[in-house]
Design a protein around this ligand. Structure first.
Ligand code: FES
Length: 144
């Protein structure tokens, strides 16, 4: 049986360090070519909650794929929009007091029924997200 010498141990340490260093160098390249999949918008419907969770006049911001979505209970029913502003992609919020969707970055305002621009620099309405209510539960996206 051969003896494990000090030289063998140092060779093993050097090889371990080389593998670790090589991995640290290669990892960013592999991550570039094989990025983690993070869907822009989920392909399956996303459960928002119960209808009763969002009283009339209230809104909710929920995660929806890479970006958040706004679900609003308007006087014409529930509506869902991408929360991403059509100006420079800031995240819009529901302003319960004024019953408008507000983009805080450049004072953009959208109305809640169709997502149309009321005022400010946004060039387009907010992107609508399909919404469905099944057995008292709200779902957005997918085939909703
Ligand atoms: S990013 Fe929303 S108004 Fe400019």
């Amino acid at each position: 049986m051969s003896k494990f010498t000090r030289r063998d141990f140092l060779d093993l340490v050097k090889k371990g360090l080389a593998v670790t260093g090589l991995s640290a160098l290669l990892a960013p390249f592999l991550a570039y070519f094989y990025p983690p999949t993070l869907e822009e918008q989920p392909s399956d419907p996303v459960r928002v909650g119960l209808v009763d969770d969002i009283p009339l006049g209230e809104g909710l911001t929920i995660p929806f794929g890479r970006y958040p979505a706004l679900v609003i209970h308007t006087d014409q029913g529930f509506r869902a929009y991408s929360a991403v502003c059509t100006h420079f992609a800031c995240i819009c919020k529901w302003d319960k007091e004024d019953q408008v969707i507000h983009c805080p970055c450049h004072e953009g305002y959208f109305e809640p029924h169709e997502g149309e621009v009321i005022s400010g620099p946004p060039p387009l309405p907010l992107a609508k997200i399909p919404l469905s209510i099944i057995d008292g539960e709200i779902f957005i996206g997918g085939e909703a």
